[in-house]
Write a protein that binds this ligand. Structure first.
Ligand SMILES: [Zn+2]
Length: 387
């Protein structure tokens, strides 16, 4: 009987060994390759199973689905895979949809207007982008509808992923045709308009030049024609020479660092400032072409060779110099005014310029000197200075 027992146990052991071998032979470990994160461009074709690049000894249970890649950003994907023994394992990964395509701008390469004619440069411009977002284009560059010429400008469009498209176009401002001679003989060719300022002064605009109470006015509101001016006026120059001589007797040496500036020079200067600092900032310290008092031939910036090497010319370092103090106290005696006094930006449109003086004659300069508390032309005459 003992022998029979041994045989039965042996058979059981053999059966156990054989079935273990069979199970082992049938089961091999599952192998899956799934990247934790994949990056795809906007509007790519992608399914949830595309990230499984290698699968051995396993079976995907999750249904194949198309992933929506029409929106920028991340989304989580879950996938279930079972191994040969039927055990299910969950896998997760992230899909990041990005956009590196710039918008396309639909526009005309060339636009033509007549001098003085207003134009909305964005009117017929369309922007298309793969992101389907609404993109508003902008215009870069400077132009002047009152100044005939060809202007090289740019349309710029940027999507929310900072992909920027920039396209060049040309704006042509044609010179206005002169009215026929018949009309000229009928109407006065030198058109004159008059107005009254808020403080009751009489204003006259003649040939595009504005005079208030007889004084020529140039500021942000009132401009000069582009052809106006050639140099400092002789009255201005003579008055300066007198002032320079008087200053010297007080031990103050001064010279004109910047006098007359033509429309074209101012145009170049201003555009450089805009390129460097942007339009809003440039407008606080530099005049747009046609709006600079330097074009009038009545204004100039003063500096001193005694300040050479101190970087105190035409900048705020000049403010506290003996030269600036002398000028603020004495310039009026020679017919000059401190044109942009301290704290009067809201009147003049410009920040304080201790170096910029304007000839108006001693009558008005004495009034504006105001015993050392300088008044502005804008305040005195009741006019604005704004673009
Ligand atoms: Zn100046």
């Amino acid at each position: 009987m003992k022998k029979k027992k041994i045989i039965i146990i042996s058979i059981i052991i053999i059966i156990l060994i054989i079935s273990s071998i069979l199970i082992f032979l049938n089961y091999q470990e599952m192998e899956v390759t799934i990247k934790e994160k994949i990056e795809v461009p906007l509007n790519s074709k992608l399914t949830n199973l595309d990230n499984i690049t290698n699968l051995k000894n396993g079976q995907i249970i999750t249904d194949e689905k198309t992933i929506d890649t029409s929106k920028i950003g991340e989304q989580k994907i879950n996938i279930s895979i079972k191994n040969k023994l039927g055990k299910v394992k969950e896998y997760h990964y992230t899909v990041n949809v990005y956009d590196d395509e710039k918008p396309s701008i639909i526009f005309s390469k060339e636009l033509t207007i007549e001098e003085g004619q207003n134009i909305d440069l964005l009117k017929d411009v369309k922007v298309e982008d793969n992101s389907q977002e609404k993109i508003t284009p902008s215009v870069e560059g400077n132009y002047d509808i009152n100044e005939p010429g060809k202007y090289q400008l740019y349309y710029v469009a940027k999507d929310s992923s900072d992909n920027e498209a920039k396209e060049e176009f040309t704006l042509i401002v044609k010179e206005k045709k002169k009215e026929s001679s018949q009309n000229d003989s009928l109407s006065n060719p030198q058109e004159t308009k008059t107005f009254t300022t808020s403080k009751g002064f009489k204003g006259v605009i003649k040939d595009g030049i504005t005079y208030i109470d007889g004084y020529l006015i140039v500021n942000k509101t009132y401009s000069l024609p582009s052809s106006y001016g050639t140099s400092l006026t002789s009255t201005t120059k003579n008055a300066f020479n007198k002032m320079q001589a008087a200053a010297k007797l007080d031990g103050i040496n001064i010279y004109i660092a910047s006098g007359f500036r033509s429309y074209q020079t101012q145009n170049r200067l201003y555009n450089n400032y805009v390129a460097r600092d942007g339009k809003a900032k440039a407008d606080t310290y530099s005049a747009r072409p046609g709006h600079s008092e330097h074009q009038s031939g009545l204004a100039f910036d003063i500096c001193s060779h005694d300040l050479d090497g101190q970087n105190a010319c035409i900048n705020s370092n000049f403010d506290n110099t003996d030269q600036a103090k002398w000028l603020a106290q004495n310039a009026y005696k020679y017919g000059f005014i401190l044109r942009y006094p301290k704290g009067k930006t809201n009147e003049t449109g410009y920040k304080y310029e201790s170096w910029h003086f304007r000839y108006v004659g001693t009558d008005l300069s004495t009034k504006l000197y105001n015993n050392g508390d300088w008044l502005t032309m804008e305040n005195y005459f009741g006019i604005t200075s704004e673009y």
